[in-house]
Design a protein around this ligand. Structure first.
Ligand code: ADP
Ligand code: MG
Ligand code: MG
Length: 238
């Protein structure tokens, strides 16, 4: 079971309530797309799921694969199979992409099928994310995440800073992986481009500290385009 269930989650950052009484469920093989205005707490949700310091859960439960994971360290959550693609990954001088992949997989990196699929062969012996283009950075991050063969994927704006062709490539690789392994996935997006490549079953909007407008992805996206986020304020959640 690789389902994610979030029950009545309240998260505080620096003494400020960012998420309040939030409920969310993603079943195995299912993809939920998360929209929401800047600063609404989308990245905070991912960091809380990963158990980052400073993202204090003051109420509620995060249940992964039927187990409450609130008490686990970030490392333990990753080992359980939660893979994250961060919005702003760190640049690390002195550590090569190859070393990073080998560290998490404990296999020679060139054996990983995603090196070819994501066309990152030429990046393997460069310092991680240092002077990478936007697209190279996201492909390198995606390689690291997929090489772990996660059971739950949390993707924070995977297409930001990436050109159309690379979005298409990443989207197809992601969709194939999600389908093949029946991975549960949460994808944060502003542009909606990812919907062209990944078969998403549901979408919702994070606003006013809670989930709103839980519906068909195309419908949610069209509504946001036409009416803006303001209309989501009166829309109910899941
Ligand atoms: P989004 O990803 O939806 O744009 P974030 O989750 O990054 O929004 O941020 C939500 C709010 O929480 C913002 O007001 C942001 O400034 C605040 N916030 C997030 N992380 C921190 C942090 N580590 N320290 C202080 N404030 C934070
Ligand atoms: Mg609620
Ligand atoms: Mg964010």
């Amino acid at each position: 079971d690789n389902s994610l269930k979030i029950e009545n989650l309240t998260v505080e950052v620096g003494g400020r309530v960012i998420l309040e009484d939030l409920n969310l469920e993603i079943s195995p093989g299912s993809t939920l797309v998360l929209f929401g205005p800047n600063g609404s707490g989308k990245s905070t949700l991912i960091k809380a799921i990963m158990g980052f310091e400073n993202y204090a859960i003051t109420h509620g439960k995060i249940v992964f694969g039927g187990e409450v994971i609130n008490g686990l360290s970030t490392d333990e959550r990753a080992k359980k199979g939660i893979g994250v693609l961060f919005q702003n990954p760190p640049k690390i001088r002195g550590i090569k992409l190859r070393q990073m992949v080998e560290l998490v997989t404990r296999r020679p990196a060139q054996e990983d099928i995603f090196v070819d699929k994501l066309n990152v062969g030429e990046l393997m012996d460069r310092d991680l994310n240092v002077n990478f283009s936007g697209g190279e950075m996201k492909r390198s991050e995606l390689l690291q995440v997929l090489s772990q063969r996660p059971k739950l994927l949390l993707l924070d704006e995977p297409e930001s800073g990436v050109d159309i062709e690379n979005i298409a490539m990443m989207g197809r690789v992601l969709n194939a992986f999600i389908r093949e392994h029946a991975v549960a996935s949460l994808i944060i997006t502003h542009t909606g481009y990812v919907l062209d490549y990944v078969d998403a079953q549901h979408a919702c909007v994070l606003m006013d500290r809670d989930i709103r407008c839980y519906d068909d992805p195309r419908k949610v996206f069209e509504d946001i385009r036409q009416f803006g986020y303001e209309k989501c304020r009166t829309c109910r959640g899941q």
